[in-house]
Write a protein that binds this ligand. Structure first.
Ligand SMILES: [Cu+2]
Length: 144
């Protein structure tokens, strides 16, 4: 009886660990960018879901549609003016999500090399400390 129980528990452990292994990773959801004209700036917003057991960090981004790609944090300064501060690292804790949303964190597309029109998509590569490079498709749309 004991041996049967032990086998059952072992099987259960194998099942659970393999199920977890499947969903392990960094998942990027709902990526969108504001429309803009060539020469202007635009911003990308998205949600990053860290399904792993270890924290990770967003350390950079890259896209062919802009001359530069920077991680920014919008914040109100002491005088009540909205400013943007460049971020070298955005931490995504283990088993947690962070949202890059209007008024807060975003990925700035500095000097667009082409027009970004509503409805089109473009690739954006995100650089993570642990997960490495992840390339996603960003949809151009108006903010809701
Ligand atoms: Cu910005």
């Amino acid at each position: 009886m004991k041996a049967v129980t032990a086998t059952f528990i072992l099987l259960l452990i194998i099942l659970i660990t393999s199920a977890c292994g499947k969903s392990d990773g960094i998942v990027v959801l709902d990526a969108w960018a504001r429309p803009g004209f060539r020469g202007d700036n635009s911003a990308v917003y998205l949600t990053i879901n860290n399904q792993t057991n270890q924290g990770d960090g967003l350390i950079g981004a890259n896209s062919d549609v802009a001359g530069g790609t920077e991680i920014h944090l919008s914040k109100m300064d002491a005088a009540g003016t909205m400013t943007m501060e460049r971020q070298d690292l955005v931490v995504i804790p283990a088993k947690d999500s962070i949202e890059l949303a209007p008024g807060g964190l975003h990925i700035m597309l500095v000097i667009l090399g082409k027009d970004l029109s509503v409805g089109e998509t473009f690739p954006l590569t995100l650089e993570f400390q642990r997960a490495g490079d992840i390339t996603i498709e960003v949809e151009v749309k108006q903010s809701d």
